[in-house]
Write a protein that binds this ligand. Structure first.
Ligand SMILES: Cc1cc2nc3c(=O)[nH]c(=O)nc-3n(C[C@H](O)[C@H](O)[C@H](O)COP(=O)(O)OP(=O)(O)OC[C@H]3O[C@@H](n4cnc5c(N)ncnc54)[C@H](O)[C@@H]3O)c2cc1C
Length: 186
């Protein structure tokens, strides 16, 4: 049983997973390795002089694993409710979690299959996005969305920030109080 299962290991899902794993929450990231970030080169991510998309994603995965987050390469096929929990069906088996974050980039097919409401996208080339509230919640209890698929501007600092925001909200719900992750300069 995972506290949080994240679908997608791009900047949005990866950043969410880093926050939840570092908060000590049992975290699984499922990714089918089709991130558009693999084609990107960044010179506009604050605090990073320049970095390739693949390097950003790989570095993110290392950060997540450092804090005990698990990452598997698989295709998520459906999400169903099982009591209070959610079951994510993949081509590598089933996984159960208390919360699921959809961070599926340009695709909303998975969430639509699971009954998550979508709406028209406003960003260039983004046809549909999940209809989320300000916290990142969808209409299906326990399913959240972050990044491109949640309608934010397609820039790594924004999609990553959105993933972090949603993760902080989930950790806060799990802890029963607002959560802050601040390390102090050693
Ligand atoms: C050519 C190009 C250049 C760019 N240049 C810049 C730039 O200079 N600066 C900048 O800030 N941004 C740039 N971007 C945009 C940036 O890459 C995006 O904002 C950001 O990567 C989107 O992050 P994301 O996590 O929302 O989506 P993604 O990175 O697409 O991640 C989504 C992940 O979900 C996975 N997934 C989807 N469905 C499933 C499923 N059913 N099961 C399992 N996994 C699934 C995908 O494989 C993918 O890994 C560029 C993009 C492109 C394409």
């Amino acid at each position: 049983m995972y506290d949080v299962i994240i679908i997608g290991a791009g900047p949005a899902g990866g950043s969410a997973g880093l926050i939840t794993a570092k908060a000590g929450k049992k975290t699984l990231i499922i990714d089918n390795d089709k991130s558009i970030t693999k084609r990107a080169w960044m010179e506009n991510h604050y605090g990073v002089a320049e970095i390739s998309g693949p390097d950003m994603v790989e570095l993110g995965k290392k950060q997540i694993k450092k804090f005990g987050g698990e990452i598997i390469q698989a295709e998520a096929l459906n999400i169903t409710k099982s009591g209070e929990n959610l079951t994510v069906e993949t081509d590598q088996g089933e996984f159960q979690g208390k919360h699921v974050i959809l961070a599926t980039g340009m695709s909303v097919a998975l969430g639509e299959k699971a009954g998550v409401r979508t709406k028209a996208g406003t960003e260039p080339r983004v046809k549909s996005v999940y209809d989320v509230d300000a916290d990142g919640k969808t209409n299906v209890e326990g399913i959240w969305a972050a990044g491109t698929c949640a309608g934010v501007s397609m820039h790594t600092i924004i999609t990553a920030g959105d993933g972090a925001k949603v993760a902080i909200n989930i950790v806060s719900e799990l802890n029963g109080e607002r959560y802050v992750d601040h390390d102090i300069l050693k």
